[in-house]
Design a protein around this ligand. Structure first.
Ligand SMILES: [Zn+2]
Length: 176
């Protein structure tokens, strides 16, 4: 099921509506292009509308979308899921938005009491895109892997390949 583009959260909260559906990836136009090379899937979204303890109508939910970025470490492309958990709340003014709890995402309502659900969820996803995307350590192609025990020994022998140099240095220290 496609999610509606616009939603009257207050009405849906009164009905305690649940939504499970997708938003077409073509509708997401504001993803940062320097970080996200491509969007690979539609967003999978689950929403639950209700009133919070303060009687604010809210729309709580989760959205997941798969994207491709370039790994900052090895410069190879890789794909990963961006996951957003959010509480959307309608607001009729900036002032009303400011009075909502800090962790809510206020969305301005239009003259029909509806918010732009697609833009709201797009914003939540964008906020959860990694600022410095990179592979999990195990999957990274970067050559600078953590040193193994064998490498360490080799490095020590090459850095002091002249044992007499090392001895002289040691004697110098003792003489002071
Ligand atoms: Zn990598």
């Amino acid at each position: 099921m496609r999610l509606p583009t616009r939603l009257n959260i207050r009405n849906e909260a009164t009905r305690r509506s649940d939504f499970k559906g997708t938003i077409a990836k073509e509708l997401f136009t504001r993803f940062p292009q320097d970080t996200v090379k491509s969007i690979n899937s539609d967003a999978q979204v689950e929403l639950h509308c209700a009133f919070d303890h303060y009687k604010n109508p809210v729309c709580q939910g989760t959205a997941i979308i798969n994207v491709t970025s370039t790994c900052m470490r090895c410069c190879e492309d890789y794909s990963y899921d961006v996951v957003a958990h959010f509480t959307l709340a309608p607001a009729s003014s900036e002032e009303q938005a400011d009075n909502l709890p800090m962790d809510y995402s206020p969305l301005l309502i239009d003259e029909f009491g509806e918010v732009n659900l697609t833009e709201g969820i797009e914003e939540e996803l964008i906020m959860n895109i990694a600022l410095t995307p990179k592979h999990e350590d195990d999957n990274c192609f970067d050559s600078e892997q953590p040193m193994t025990f064998g490498d360490q020994i080799e490095e020590e022998t090459t850095s002091s390949n002249n044992p007499f140099e090392a001895l002289k240095a040691l004697k110098g220290k003792l003489g002071k």
